[in-house]
Design a protein around this ligand. Structure first.
Ligand code: ARG
Length: 607
């Protein structure tokens, strides 16, 4: 099913082709002046240069060829040669009816579906999630849904940070703190019973402990060289397979994963795979052997590195003593540290191999903070050099930060990282206050009220994030995010709930939806807006940018409000008009809920 914009673009393209000009010039866009036209084509200006004729002459010929088009009531030329198109009420009615009937709200499927893996969330063992993880989760979840909706076979993977130096740190810190853990380690190393040992570990290790010990240990490692070295050795021993360390590591990972899953679910975020950096570890020896065999590795201060910079690619780097040197850029990928450990980049490279084997993706998306751009550039180039994946199939979807009022990445008042669970609790509290303030939800049972408040909170957080192009940073402003007015998630939920309540009322009165007949100006605008959903989805998919859908949802809600103010529904002048407007209202609600669902936002039944 084509949207009007695409269908008209093809018709105008055919007119250009008929005039011996490239059909691509026929592309149409929504009109800049909706008072004059519905769509416009600016191709005559470019055609003029090609054909060496005045643009208005070309536009006149194109317009003449379109004169008989059954869906157009007017083709006019404006200014230097803009072709303005006015769509017939019949064509608008037909398209609105198509959208109303379509469970996809008029959005098309991709021409050639792909296998897409989306790496997002990226939480770490024992480290509370910070706002970078929040943005990654929100944007990644939306992208996963958008790709899936377009027909791609899509897998979302949390890529749990459960390997590397932080694990060595935690093992030492926990053994230092809890004598029973130290005993268990010694016991297992001496051949003791691993089952009993595991039970002891599980009895002593919980998330609050890990969250307390990790920052302390990380701080200590910064200042104490001996502790740092010991943690590096512990990391290498873990990776080397020391049984006691593997056991305690497993307990850390399990404890963290359970808590993280709960937080993600509260946010409406879910993964198909919950693999971690550690899952790629078994592939590392053969990968390193392969990289060696391909001659890609070099020794640098005892480490094995892979250079990825091309000739002449350099950057200036400031050294610790303040002097500036010119070095290759991007930095080489550190594959094996001087202690023999796999690094962050090593597990990422091996994970590409693993994903290739398990799923053979045609597109790998990494939804990670923009500040990791160089890391991904290194990994992607290394993967391309090694022949593991073509460079263009690997895409870093970077994003800006969520900032505090000081313009720096958001911190709590105490200056710490804000835990996701606390953020959700705080937002739900605010949403509850907002609902009370607006006199909403008064007739809901406590359970339903609580569920509604949670949905409002999630909508507030997600929409505040997704309405911006992901590259932009934004300021965390809970008051604004939770308002029922303005460009907010709660406003959209409120609009959807209003339509639901209108439809319930209609059902109570025995009013039924019927054939859509577009007549009034706001009905026209509504039909055109319904038509535009497909383009919003296509663009969001092409550019990995959910804000196109957020923008559409907001516009749809606004145009519906305008329509509702101008066109009575239940009290329409006659039954046919009422039936048409009810059908339009249903179509708007369905499309709005589809759009919100693509953003990962759930709509309550009532408020
Ligand atoms: N765990 C990482 C962090 O907290 C993010 C992981 C992103 N994904 C990846 N494949 N590197 O920074």
């Amino acid at each position: 099913m084509n949207d009007l914009k695409t269908a008209l673009g093809e018709a105008v393209g055919a007119a250009f082709a008929g005039a011996g000009l490239p059909p691509e010039l026929g592309r149409v866009t929504a009109a800049d002046r909706p008072d004059l036209a519905d769509f416009q084509c600016n191709g005559a200006m470019a055609a003029a240069k090609l054909a060496g004729q005045p643009p208005r002459d070309i536009a006149t010929r194109i317009a003449a060829a379109l004169e008989a088009h059954p869906d157009l009531t007017g083709v006019e030329i404006a200014g230097p040669g803009f072709i303005n198109l006015r769509v017939s009420p019949q064509a608008l009615s037909r398209r609105a009816a198509d959208v109303a009937r379509d469970p996809r709200g008029g959005a098309s499927l991709a021409d050639s579906p792909r296998r897409v893996i989306i790496d997002y969330g990226g939480p770490n063992v024992a480290k509370p999630m910070h706002v970078g993880h929040l943005r990654s989760s929100i944007i990644g979840e939306a992208l996963k849904r958008i790709h899936r909706f377009r027909g791609d076979v899509t897998i979302g993977d949390a890529h749990f940070g459960d390997w590397g130096f932080q694990m060595g740190l935690l093992i030492l810190a926990t053994a230092d703190e809890i004598p029973a853990v130290a005993e268990v380690i010694a016991g297992v190393d001496a051949g003791g019973d691993p089952l009993a040992a595991e039970a002891t570990l599980r009895a002593h290790v919980d998330l609050p402990l890990l969250e307390r010990l990790y920052p302390q240990a990380a701080e200590r490692a910064k200042h104490e060289a001996a502790f740092r070295d010991a943690a590096r050795k512990a990391t290498a021993a873990l990776q080397g397979g020391r049984a006691s360390y593997r056991l305690i590591w497993q307990v850390f990972a399990d404890v963290s994963r359970v808590a993280l899953k709960r937080d993600f679910h509260a946010l409406g975020v879910d993964f198909d795979l919950w693999k971690g950096e550690s899952d790629a570890d078994p592939l590392i020896p053969e990968m390193v052997a392969d990289l060696e065999a391909k001659g890609l590795l070099e020794t640098d201060q005892g480490a094995r590195i892979l250079r990825v910079a091309g000739p002449g690619e350099t950057k200036k780097k400031k050294l610790d003593d303040g002097s500036v040197v010119v070095v290759e850029s991007p930095d080489p990928l550190l594959v094996i540290s001087s202690e023999g450990s796999a690094m962050y980049g090593t597990t990422d490279l091996a994970t590409i191999l693993q994903r290739r084997r398990d799923f053979d993706p045609q597109l790998f998306l990494y939804v990670v903070d923009q500040r990791q751009a160089e890391h991904f550039e290194q990994v992607f180039r290394a993967a391309a050099k090694a022949g593991y994946a073509p460079r263009e199939d690997l895409v870093h979807i970077g994003f800006g930060t969520m900032n505090g009022p000081d313009g720096k990445p958001f911190k709590t008042r105490e200056g710490g990282v804000l835990k996701l669970a606390d953020l959700i609790a705080m937002t739900s509290e605010k949403a509850t206050a907002r609902l009370h303030e607006a006199g909403l939800g008064a007739e809901l049972e406590p359970d339903e009220f609580e569920d509604t408040a949670r949905k409002v909170a999630v909508a507030a957080l997600k929409f505040a994030d997704l309405q911006n192009f992901r590259g932009t940073s934004y300021v965390f402003d809970l008051d604004r995010f939770t308002s029922f007015e303005g460009k907010t998630g709660p406003y959209l939920l409120y609009q959807a709930v209003r339509i639901k309540s209108l439809l319930r009322k209609a059902a109570d009165q025995g009013a039924v939806a019927g054939a859509i007949v577009i007549a009034e100006p706001t009905e026209r605008e509504l039909a055109l807006t319904l038509d535009a959903f497909n383009q919003a989805v296509v663009e969001a998919d092409d550019k990995s940018a959910p804000h196109f859908i957020a923008e559409h949802a907001f516009r749809l809600a606004q145009v519906y409000s305008k329509f509702y103010a101008a066109c009575p529904v239940l009290t329409a002048a006659d039954e046919a008009t009422r039936a048409s407007r009810l059908a339009l209202s249903q179509a708007v609600l369905a499309q709005l809920e589809t759009a919100l669902d693509l953003l990962g936002i759930e709509t309550p039944e009532r408020m």
